[in-house]
Design a binder for this molecule. Structure first.
Ligand SMILES: Nc1ncnc2c1ncn2[C@@H]1O[C@H](COP(=O)(O)OP(=O)(O)OP(=O)(O)O)[C@@H](O)[C@H]1O
Length: 227
């Protein structure tokens, strides 16, 4: 069996609210291999975004270990851990949000070129990524001159141009109509399987979640016993 791209063991995280510590994730373990996808579902507030933030080092766990692309982290924050997370986010972890978050002053092609460059990729393949994601005719347009679906395809092209080991997607089709959402999801899954990267996708959309290889329902694991 190939080594997992992402492995999580005994992960717990809570936040302090007033005098109280409120548990959000408790003793969570999971692993995602190359080319595999995991959907994270659960009611609002169950911890989907918190989990994604932990998986890219933007939150520090209270307990547990996270291993991404061979780099391991525990709950002890340090400047060395911060630097290793920053390097992973730059080169190996692609993040896709509900909104495309493109740089408005750059064309779609320039957005993809910049992201690939920051990840250390050689210049040249950016146009190909935009073509493969169905926005080859829009490469020279600026983000305010394309539709939401086209912008989200460009956001995916930016992530794939990094050749990431892991993609974290937080409601990646949440701002699109059903038809466009399905088209964008087709692109995401096609490219993810073709490139062999791992995908963790947080969503409220059960149809989208059902397209992933594995499902994690955080409501069912709620440490506070809420449904
Ligand atoms: N920085 C923080 N400080 C305090 N509480 C936080 C913080 N971040 C998240 N929380 C709390 O943790 C819980 C989980 O939040 P999170 O955003 O992860 O949920 P979610 O499942 O992504 O919700 P949604 O589906 O609404 O986006 C919520 O109760 C939230 O208020």
């Amino acid at each position: 069996m190939s080594k997992p791209v992402l492995a999580v063991e005994g992960l717990s995280k809570g936040f302090t609210s007033g005098e109280q510590r409120v548990a959000v994730l408790s003793d969570l373990s999971l692993s995602v291999g190359p080319g595999e996808s995991l959907a994270v579902i659960g009611r609002s507030g169950s911890g989907k975004s918190t989990l994604l933030n932990l998986l890219c080092g933007l939150e520090i766990p209270d307990e547990g270990t996270i291993t991404v692309a061979g780099e391991s982290f525990d709950g002890a924050g340090s400047s060395d851990a911060d630097a290793r997370w920053a390097e992973l986010r730059r080169r190996s972890i692609g993040v896709v949000f509900q909104d495309a978050n493109l740089m408005p002053a750059l064309s779609l092609l320039e957005n993809v070129r910049l992201r690939g460059h920051l990840a250390g990729q050689a210049v040249g393949g950016e146009r190909g990524w935009l073509e493969r994601l169905g926005v080859g005719a829009e490469v020279d347009r600026y983000p305010d001159k394309v539709s939401g679906g086209q912008a989200q395809r460009a956001a995916l092209a930016m992530v794939f141009a990094m050749t990431p080991a892991l993609i974290l997607a937080d409601e990646p089709t949440g701002s699109l109509d059903r038809h466009t959402a399905d088209d964008v999801a087709d692109c995401l899954f096609d490219m993810q399987r073709t490139t062999g990267c791992a995908l963790v996708l947080a969503t409220h959309d059960r149809e989208l979640a059902a397209r992933c290889d594995h499902l994690l329902d955080l409501s069912a694991l709620d440490p506070m016993g809420r449904e």
